[in-house]
Design a protein around this ligand. Structure first.
Ligand code: C2E
Ligand code: CA
Ligand code: CA
Length: 360
């Protein structure tokens, strides 16, 4: 019998300890993990049912954060669950009423600083909660079976806006769209993309799709098949958040991809000297050895850009070049750059980015 929160936690820790000891099997490596959620009477809720619901909520949070840990129920957990349910219910109307919209972040050539593409990033302007970042609703759409609809809404809207603002030309600016795990796992994904391209008459070669390294690593066989099918359509593929997903070189070799996006966390570390820079160099070398072009994410300083350029990184994206913006602004930025390119005297290349003039 336990009396209070401390006793419950002590019991929980004993249980976790006993379970991990049980995994010491002499012949096979077995791993048993448990996550524990605790709700306390009478503090949390009065009824047995509410206590169980709250304990389950705490358990799910423990599982999501650190497997094999324990967590107490808090009112913040309850509020988060309520917000989640509210957003999940509001999602269909949010798409219908176009509260969910896209901003576009420039992707530039590191040698010239000119825009070669852009990445569509979703936002939700919620009538009462304000502007919500994608982290607050993409996952909810996944968990409530709405990701297929949301994914198609985003793809369709991105293609529509991009083609209107940057009509077909020979400038080769591309559109990148993120795919989430739920879309990636969907059998019909390739058909959905093919149909969308046919319906909109959008050239496949202008579309790039981003899949995170962890998605690819999670289901490598599916990833091999899917990346091949998507590139057969003519679209390009990028491995997003590279460096966070633990895929092996042997595995990467089998995916049919074109770009490797080095995660922002590694770019931030560039200022940290030789050690962290070595990690970035290794990622670049790995990408290049596979014949992929590298896109560095989250480039905020001239020092980072210069380092990446010296190391042979082809493309970059980050606040230094432009924050995510409405498509009209991106198109305007592109037109200004194209104009500037025309008037630049031969042999006198414009500065690739603010602060880099001294290098030219
Ligand atoms: P991501 O694909 O890695 O997108 C890059 C994120 O880094 C974006 O955050 C962008 O605003 C931010 N960022 C870019 N440059 C800089 C920089 O220089 N400094 C800093 N501090 N941040 C920078 P955002 O828009 O909040 O998106 C977060 C994530 O949500 C994205 O990460 C992506 O995984 C997901 N996401 C966004 N839009 C969509 C979408 O339409 N579909 C899906 N499935 N996921 C999306
Ligand atoms: Ca991305
Ligand atoms: Ca990324």
């Amino acid at each position: 019998m336990t009396d209070g929160p401390d006793d419950a936690a002590a019991l929980g820790r004993r249980l976790l300890g006993a379970l991990s000891a049980a995994s010491d099997h002499p012949e096979a490596e077995l791993r048993i993990a448990a996550s524990i959620g605790i709700s306390v009477f009478p503090g949390d809720q009065g009824t047995a049912e509410a206590l169980l619901t709250n304990a389950e909520l705490a358990m799910r949070r423990a599982k999501a954060e650190i497997r094999g840990s324990l967590r107490f129920f808090t009112s913040a957990l309850h509020e988060a669950a309520v917000t989640k349910a509210t957003l999940a219910t509001a999602l269909p109307a949010a798409m219908r009423e176009r509260q969910i919209f896209l901003v576009y972040q420039p992707i530039v050539d590191l040698q010239t600083g000119t825009i070669v593409g852009c990445e569509a990033l979703a936002r939700w302007r919620h009538p009462t909660l304000g502007l919500l970042p994608p982290g607050q609703f993409i996952q909810i759409a996944e968990e409530t079976g709405q990701i297929r609809d949301l994914g198609l809404y985003i793809l369709d809207r991105a293609i529509g806006e991009f083609s209107a603002a940057l009509p077909d030309g020979d400038d080769g600016v591309t559109l990148s769209v993120n795919l989430s795990f739920g879309q990636f796992a969907e059998e019909e994904l390739v058909d959905v993309i093919r149909d969308e391209l046919a319906r909109t008459r959008f050239p496949a070669t202008r579309l790039e799709l981003e899949l995170t390294e962890s998605m690819l690593a999670q289901e490598p066989e599916r990833a091999i098949e899917m990346t091949r099918a998507v590139s057969a359509l003519g679209c390009k593929l990028a491995i997003d958040d590279f460096g966070t997903g633990y895929s092996s070189l042997a595995q990467l070799r089998r995916f049919q991809v074109d770009f490797l996006k080095i995660d922002r966390s590694f770019v931030i570390d560039i200022a940290g000297g030789d050690g962290p820079q070595g990690v970035v160099r290794a990622a670049i070398a790995m990408g290049h050895s596979l014949g992929l072009a590298i896109i560095a994410e989250g480039v905020e300083t001239v020092e980072q850009a210069e380092f990446l350029r010296r190391e042979g990184v082809e493309l970059a994206q980050g606040y230094l070049f432009g924050k995510p913006m409405p498509i009209a602004d991106l198109a305007e930025m592109h037109r200004r750059q194209a104009g500037r390119g025309d008037i630049a005297a031969p042999g006198k290349r414009p500065a690739p980015y603010p602060g880099s003039t001294k290098l030219h």
